[in-house]
Design a protein. Structure first.
Length: 182
């Protein structure tokens, strides 16, 4: 393993450990910040993205055979018995945390090997992967709400998505270091 790959892995391990240790605090603090931001109107620029994301999530759910509909920032999913569950997607759910984590990982991941073209490819693939993963994460929350229930969906939303993204970062940087940057 090269020195750069070891540095990236150590950075990811440190981020994963830190996230797992403070996850309950972060979740609680995130809820408080979300409520404050909504009251102050600071969420409006990011909230404008949510209706488009809601429609994309409904499209992904329809591919999986889940009956769903989107209206603005709300997604409605129907479970097997015909009961409907309404889910609100706020600006805080669209994945800004994962964009920040990806940016932090780039500081370590782009040091060393690779030219400008390779680095640009890594950035584009990483941003696209992060966006796709956020759509999949929100779709999984809706799928869990429709099949298992709202309680497990909230649990996955608060914890599973973060764990899923950290796993994505490990796989992404392993791929980038092996096939693009070196």
């Amino acid at each position: 393993m090269t020195r750069t790959r070891a540095d990236v892995n150590l950075t990811l391990i440190a981020m994963a450990c830190a996230l797992l240790m403070v996850m309950p605090l972060v979740t609680t603090f995130n809820d408080l910040l979300t409520a404050w931001a909504m009251v102050l109107g600071a969420n409006n620029p990011l909230q404008a993205i949510v209706p488009a994301e809601s429609r994309m999530v409904v499209s992904l759910l329809s591919v999986l055979g889940v009956h769903a509909a989107a209206s603005g920032s709300h997604i409605v999913v129907w479970d097997g018995s015909g009961s409907m569950h309404t889910l609100f997607i706020s600006w805080n759910c669209i994945g800004w945390q994962s964009v920040i984590l990806f940016g932090v990982s780039m500081i370590s991941g782009l040091r060393g090997g690779g030219g400008v073209e390779a680095r640009a490819q890594v950035i584009l693939i990483g941003v696209a992967g992060t966006m796709l993963l956020n759509l999949v994460r929100v779709s999984l929350v809706a799928l869990i709400a429709a099949t298992i229930g709202v309680g497990p969906a909230i649990l996955f939303h608060d914890y599973g998505g973060t764990i899923m993204f950290v796993a994505f970062l490990f796989a992404f940087w392993a791929m980038a270091q092996r096939w693009i940057l070196e």
